[in-house]
Design a protein around this ligand. Sequence first.
Ligand code: GLU
Length: 459
Amino acid sequence: MSTTFSPPAAHHADLDERIELILNEVIARNPAEVEFHQAAREVLDCLGPVIAKHPEFADHKIIQRICEPERQIIFRVPWTDDRGEVHINRGMRVEFSSALGPYKGGLRFHPSVNLGIVKFLGFEQIFKNALTGMPIGGGKGGADFDPKGRSDGEIMRFCQSFMTELYRHLGEYTDVPAGDIGVGGREIGYLFGQYKRITNRYESGVITGKGLDWGGALVRTEATGYGAVYFLNEMLRRRGEGIEGRTAIVSGSGNVAIYAIEKLHALGAKVVACSDSSGYVHDPAGIDLELLQQVKEIERARISQYAERRRDARFVAGASVWEVPCDLAVPSATQNELHESDAVALVKNGCVAVAEGANMPTTPAAIRVFADAGVAFGPGKAANAGGVATSALEMQQNASRDSWTFEHTEARLAEIMRNIHQLCDETAEEFGAPGDLVKGANIAGFQRVAHAMVALGLV
Ligand code: GLU
């Protein structure tokens, strides 16, 4: 293949070295963005055989282009608290890739948010969204705002100020945000309301995760947690095993964790522990979902409150939830929450499968421990893709002014998760790494985006 704007592809032997050079350049160009480096390394590590098979990807510098966001927006978010005091936060939106569709990905409000975190999330989102097979590009945004302890009025004023800047970059064909940590139904409502007011457009498809009365879709709330459990089920089925009768741990206690627990229980597992940033609860009788929702979603309280109201449950402050023995693990809290020592403990306790409900919750060293021990491992960009896939179904319903039943939508979600698992599994096999779903997901996701980028030319 000839090209006028780059040197010919390297010989096979030089490939990994060339990819290493690209990664080093990415790291040098984006100093201090350690989570972004981690996410980029994981994907680039898998790409040697892809470039060998498709030298046109190297000719077109697809890897270098994919690692550079199409657009990065950083802005000031001023707001006043209930006492009238002024606060300033930093908002951002990284529009990473629109090769497959409008930028799509959530907004995270958490004090830890910085550009490196938003870029790691946006980068993951490109490949996750590609794996769904739906027409959505990748993006992510958020703010270093801490919603903890804030009143409804404060949350609303923050969301309105945030959207007053961001709205000009959004649109149903341009960039479509949704929720993530710290952004749920309430925040999506305030954000959409402000967008509607400023633009004077009832543009339902501009944001997903909406309430059912104003353009939202059934199953979106449950989708990430349900999807992760469907994916886990597929991994187990592939090994001739199942979920029923197993003991499970789901870390976290937010939206993903709650619906992962619900689906695990529905499929006959018993979830005995979950957590928040203060510690974990161990409930040998199985987590009482209603009580957990009361504590976390309605009262927005600490998880110790759960143990206080539940006989035989205990709260363990400041410790790792992964010390509790289990067969199945669904890390659903946040990035880098499951460390090498946790993985060693899980393996020792007989854990057979791990599906990531959160984005990049397992550290690279912990992933190696699972791989060496033969534990089935489903990476987040595949296992938690059910959330964004259902966002795409919400967009589809908004575009057609239709609303689907719960059953229909859930069946679509289940089918999408099965397809993602199959695609990752077959791709891993094709590239000589049977059972390695990390490789399968990275390669399959990358290939979809790369083919589209080649087709669309140098843009
Ligand atoms: N924040 C979710 C994710 O990590 C959902 C994004 C969306 O629905 O756009 O995939």
